[in-house]
Design a protein around this ligand. Structure first.
Ligand code: HAM
Length: 423
């Protein structure tokens, strides 16, 4: 039996890196005062159609959708934002002190063509921030993303764009419709379908985006309203002031329909990233909360692909540098002392030492081999005679000492400190 195409089994070194990334994400988000939210892995189809947009690739081609036994249209979530908005509105979380700052970690599903950095089941960390619309809040969300990458020692290029306010987008959309109408016979069927209701999507169509006339289409930035222009200038000059490096890229359009105003992407600079080099993508969305039946509340957030981050991290945090061996191995060498040996194991675990033992008594030599195979830093021989005297034999580096059980925790703490220093 094989795992489904586009999925992965995570274990060993990769799982260690994933946990390291999760811990860092939780730590940094907490410093920025974000609180964790968990929403269902599956939602009503309508949640994504409404938020992500019917003409987006994600909704039109990539959703894992099915009818459940109650004839409901269900979708395995392709992204995190829509479910969070649904939860914010359903639970009236917006009634709390604003800004409301939420983060999530979870599995997402997209029926895409798998390749390096692109899976059908993948893991996203994301944040969503609700409150006022302010370039300073946008800057803080971008700063959170860059602080995360800095904490993980990952180098990146940051690209920023403004997708404009309503006035800007209406003017641009009108210009795009007129422009693309002249080239209708050269557009793919997908693009022709988008021409009337979402001409912007033609720009990132996988086929059409490579054509010259698409690349020369009217630019959004030529239609910026005064307000958009000022907002974007405030954001970029504030980012400069706080020392976040970025480039402005007016060609940056995101693949989901809900974005307005600020949009950004953090790209990997690693040669190993392949074509899927976007580590983080995000932006502001003006209308989503209202669209879901909530108040008029602007939001901004981003999503980060855990697998892409882990791929970058594996270049700097090598498998051989990671020590996942137990601190202590307790050698159980006699049936009569098994219960006491387990008592020692529990005492060590309670004191915070990662401890393994051979639950089935074994001859001394066999128990040694087991401890060596596990690469335990310290070996404790739980022999019946020693235990009768409330002591055990401790072996580490090239030393061996008899230690009273009352002193064992202190002794192991010191011994581990010494061996770590020598390594
Ligand atoms: P997105 O750009 O579709 O945005 O995805 C965000 C990140 O998820 C990508 O930059 C990438 O690292 C990762 N990712 C996406 N698809 C895959 C895949 N098939 N395999 C592996 N990794 C993948 C969103 O999903 C928005 N919800 C982000 C957001 C939150 N915007 C505002 N708030």
């Amino acid at each position: 039996m094989q795992k489904p195409k586009g999925t992965k089994d995570n274990f060993g070194y990769v799982q260690y890196l994933r946990q390291f990334v999760f811990d860092t994400l939780r730590d940094v988000s907490t410093l920025f005062n974000y609180k964790e939210i968990e929403t269902p892995i599956f939602e009503s189809q309508d949640v994504f159609v409404r938020a992500v947009g019917e003409t987006s690739d994600i909704v039109s081609k990539e959703m894992y959708s099915f009818k459940d036994k109650g004839d409901r249209d269900i979708v395995l979530r392709p992204e995190g934002t829509a479910g969070v908005i649904r939860a914010v509105v359903e639970n009236k979380l917006y009634a709390q002190a604003l800004p409301l700052k939420l983060f999530y970690i979870g599995q997402m599903f997209r029926y895409e063509n798998p390749q390096k950095g692109r899976q059908r089941q993948f893991t996203q960390f994301g944040v969503e921030t609700f409150g006022e619309k302010s370039p300073y809040l946008d800057a803080e969300v971008i700063l959170l993303a860059s602080t995360i990458l800095d904490a993980l020692n990952i180098e990146y290029d940051l690209k920023i764009n403004s997708l404009g306010d309503k006035e800007t987008r209406e003017a641009w959309s009108k210009a795009l419709k007129e422009y693309f109408a002249q080239y209708k016979d050269q557009l793919t069927d997908d693009s022709i379908n988008r021409l009337d209701n979402n001409p912007m999507r033609i720009l990132d169509d996988k086929v059409d985006s490579k054509k010259d006339f698409v690349q020369n289409a009217p630019k959004l930035s030529d239609f910026y309203s005064e307000e958009t222009q000022k907002y974007f200038e405030d954001l970029t000059s504030f980012l400069e002031t706080i020392g976040v490096n970025f480039t402005i890229d007016h060609n940056l359009v995101r693949g989901l329909d809900y974005y307005t105003d600020t949009a950004f992407e953090f790209l990997s600079v690693s040669k190993d990233a392949g074509s899927q080099s976007t580590l983080i993508g995000g932006g502001r969305y003006e209308n989503l909360v209202k669209q879901f039946g909530g108040p008029e509340l602007s939001g901004i957030g981003f999503g980060l692909g855990i697998e892409r981050i882990v791929n970058d991290l594996s270049a700097s945090l090598k498998e051989e540098d990671i020590n996942e061996s137990p601190d202590v191995f307790v050698m159980n060498i006699d049936e009569s002392a098994t219960a006491s040996a387990l008592g020692v194991v529990y005492m060590l675990r309670r004191a915070g030492f990662a401890t393994e033992w051979n639950y089935k008594p074994a001859k001394l030599q066999k128990a040694f081999t087991k401890a060596d195979n596990m690469k335990a830093t310290i070996k404790v021989i739980a022999g019946p005679k020693d235990l009768e005297q409330s002591s055990v034999m401790v072996k580490y580096s090239d030393r061996q000492e008899s230690v009273k059980l009352d002193d064992l925790i202190d002794f192991i703490t010191k011994a581990l400190g010494e061996t770590n220093e020598n390594n």
